[in-house]
Design a protein around this ligand. Structure first.
Ligand SMILES: [Zn+2]
Ligand SMILES: [Zn+2]
Ligand SMILES: [Zn+2]
Length: 146
């Protein structure tokens, strides 16, 4: 019965993928998948979530300038002290803040993703939702679609 599986033409892609795996070797294919996983898939838990604080009554203003160089737009906000600094494509002032203050979690104004410096990974967690919502409301004028 299982031999009938190959009659479906839509299987042709996976066949060629298998051929590529045979050519480049399973180990190399494994590395490739591993690096993609590291870059794209956020962690669903983070041991540093207890270091964040609640969003203040004024919410989050995504037009806030970097406190060090006054860059505006696509900055990051620290989820421990809610100071705003620029990212690595500007002057890396948020990275400096993370090192100096030891504050681990920062929210991107560009795509509202949260990065943990100590985990060296993007983080997805319900505890981050209030800050994401505050930034989303400020950015788009509407609440986040959960
Ligand atoms: Zn800056
Ligand atoms: Zn901070
Ligand atoms: Zn972490």
């Amino acid at each position: 019965m299982a031999t009938n599986d190959n009659t479906n033409n839509s299987k042709s892609f996976s066949t060629s993928e298998n051929e590529i795996r045979q050519i480049i070797g399973e180990d190399y294919a494994g590395d490739l998948e591993g690096s993609q996983l590291h870059a794209v898939v956020p962690k669903l838990d983070c041991p540093h979530l207890n270091e964040i604080n609640e969003v203040g009554p004024d919410g989050i203003n995504i037009q806030s300038p970097c406190l060090d160089c006054s860059n505006i737009g696509e900055n990051w906000i620290c989820l421990s002290c809610y100071k705003v600094y620029c990212g690595r494509f500007v002057n890396e002032h948020m990275l400096m803040h993370g090192i100096e203050s030891n504050h681990p979690l920062v929210l991107s104004f560009a795509d509202l993703s949260v990065w943990c410096y100590k985990c060296d990974s993007y983080i997805h967690h319900p505890a981050l939702l209030p800050a994401k919502r505050a930034a989303h409301i400020n950015k788009f004028g509407i609440d986040i679609h959960v």
